[in-house]
Design a protein. Structure first.
Length: 74
């Protein structure tokens, strides 16, 4: 999703007219989707959040919060 958002941002520089309007609309939609996505997940209990916690707020395990990689975290 982040890659698609970045691609639309780069394409906006070359688009004009209705294509530019559609790209702005799609970029706004992807930005809203990315806004609510968690960035970190606890590998012990699965708690997820947008901020890095050194101690998981759910299971209280230290150092279990890691960045989400792959398609989910992008």
């Amino acid at each position: 999703m982040r890659g698609l958002d970045r691609l639309m941002e780069m394409s906006l520089a070359y688009a004009d007219g209705s294509a530019q309007d559609y790209l702005y609309l799609l970029k706004d939609l992807t930005a809203m989707l990315l806004e609510d996505r968690p960035v970190y997940r606890c590998h012990q209990c699965g708690f997820s959040g947008k901020a890095l916690h050194w101690q998981c707020p759910s299971c209280k395990r230290w150092g279990a919060m890691k960045p989400i990689h792959g398609v989910e975290g992008e």
